[in-house]
Write a protein that binds this ligand. Structure first.
Ligand SMILES: Cc1cc2nc3c(=O)[nH]c(=O)nc-3n(C[C@H](O)[C@H](O)[C@H](O)COP(=O)(O)OP(=O)(O)OC[C@H]3O[C@@H](n4cnc5c(N)ncnc54)[C@H](O)[C@@H]3O)c2cc1C
Length: 361
């Protein structure tokens, strides 16, 4: 009987597995494929990311530093508005390597991390949970028992479905691809040309340039992606596609199962970013959940919401601006552009003294 079985070894699962193992719990973490693959993420994160990986990993992960964003209401040949800081706002990192690094941290902490293990069923009992697992290259299925199960299996969570927890409010469809242009410039481009979201260009240093966008499903995502790359006059390769859950459901816990990360839609509504929110929630889970006390799941449920809910609410408000008429967007961008004092993961910092001082100076 394990204390925890963790389903999915992305950032949320690896972080929880590491923290729970460090607390002395017996942890089995199951990843259906190979950790870090397939890629479906820009790896554009605030510099807080460096608090979650060993100092020695930075050289391997780091690709470029970002000081600002150029906002366009049209394509790259239209006027833009630059929002910037004088210190780094964010970094672009190798997302595949990030997942490998976090999984290695979990292993070193004592978690048993197994790749090629797909969880196909979850059955909750009063005093334990039975997890059914299919192992790559083997016939049939195995079962393992745990006092509790952490569903960290991403936006299309099988765990969420198996225990009948509610779905996120929406799931956007995100796509991205790369060129080999070497670009060390220090700002991203954001185009408010996509319904309810945006398209982007991210310079990744020696690792090339990334073009991408996200939109509600059925929003002609692939056609719009072609229009984006045509407007830049580039041809891309290594096309990736994934779902971005927005809007956490009202519950992410049952009696012995809990969700973390994209499975719980712990993402920023105005960027779709979920790496740092997922790991923040993983730390909340590891701090509060005791596998021998099912009641501790209630504490996790309220603790992660206390930490992230007001930022998520602010994020929803910011996202509404993406759907304003273009003329209003242009006036708003013109009025707010310039030096900012906002933390990328904390939209509430828009109202911080630092930001307001910069805004009105
Ligand atoms: C196009 C796009 C761009 C993005 N860009 C950014 C960005 O720049 N910055 C940012 O912060 N976020 C970004 N995101 C979001 C980010 O990728 C997610 O928020 C993050 O990966 C969530 O981590 P997670 O661990 O919750 O889930 P995931 O990273 O999805 O990990 C879940 C893991 O579970 C495994 N799994 C699934 N089902 C099973 C099963 N049945 N059994 C075993 N294992 C299973 C999967 O293989 C996967 O490894 C982007 C997303 C998309 C789609």
């Amino acid at each position: 009987m394990y204390d925890f079985v963790v389903v999915g070894v992305g950032p949320a699962g690896a972080r929880f597995a590491r923290r729970a193992a460090e607390s002395g719990f017996d942890v089995l973490a199951l990843e259906k494929g190979t950790v870090g693959t397939p890629l479906a993420c820009s790896g554009h994160v605030s510099t807080d990311i460096w608090n979650y990986v060993p100092e020695t990993a930075k050289d391997e992960l780091f690709q470029n530093r970002i000081y600002g964003a150029n906002f366009y209401t049209g394509g790259p040949d239209t006027d833009s508005h630059l929002f910037y800081k004088t210190e780094e706002i964010s970094n672009v990192i190798d997302r595949v390597e990030l997942d490998r690094t976090l999984a290695d941290c979990a292993r070193r902490a004592g978690a048993d991390v197994r790749e090629g293990h797909t969880v196909t069923g979850i059955e909750e009992h009063p005093d334990h949970v039975t997890v059914t697992v299919s192992v790559a290259g083997e016939r049939g299925t195995d079962t393992v028992d745990a006092r509790m199960v952490a569903g960290c299996d991403g936006p299309i969570s099988r765990v969420r479905q198996a225990v009948d927890l509610p779905e996120p409010a929406e799931k956007l469809h995100g796509v991205l691809a790369f060129t080999d242009e070497i670009d060390h410039t220090d700002h991203v481009d954001v185009h408010l040309t996509v319904p309810e979201f945006f398209a982007w260009r991210i310079p990744r240093g020696e690792a090339g340039v990334e073009y991408g966008l996200a939109a509600p499903p059925g929003g002609d995502v692939n056609d719009r992606f072609e229009q984006l790359t045509e407007s830049y006059g580039v041809e891309t390769d290594r096309f990736c596609s994934g779902a971005i859950p927005i809007g956490p459901p009202d519950r992410v816990t049952t009696d012995r199962v809990f969700l973390i990360g994209d499975a719980a839609a712990q993402t920023k509504p105005f960027t779709g970013g979920g790496i740092l929110y997922g790991m923040t929630a993983a730390d909340c889970a590891a701090r509060h959940i005791d596998p021998d006390r099912p009641g501790s799941l209630e504490i996790y449920e309220s603790a992660w919401r206390q930490t992230l809910s007001s930022e998520i609410r602010m994020g929803h408000l910011i996202r509404r601006a993406y759907s304003l008429p273009e003329s209003v967007q242009r006036v708003g961008l013109g009025a707010l552009a310039g030096e900012i004092g906002v933390h990328m993961d904390k939209p509430s910092s828009f109202f911080s003294k630092t930001h307001l001082k910069r805004l009105f100076s």
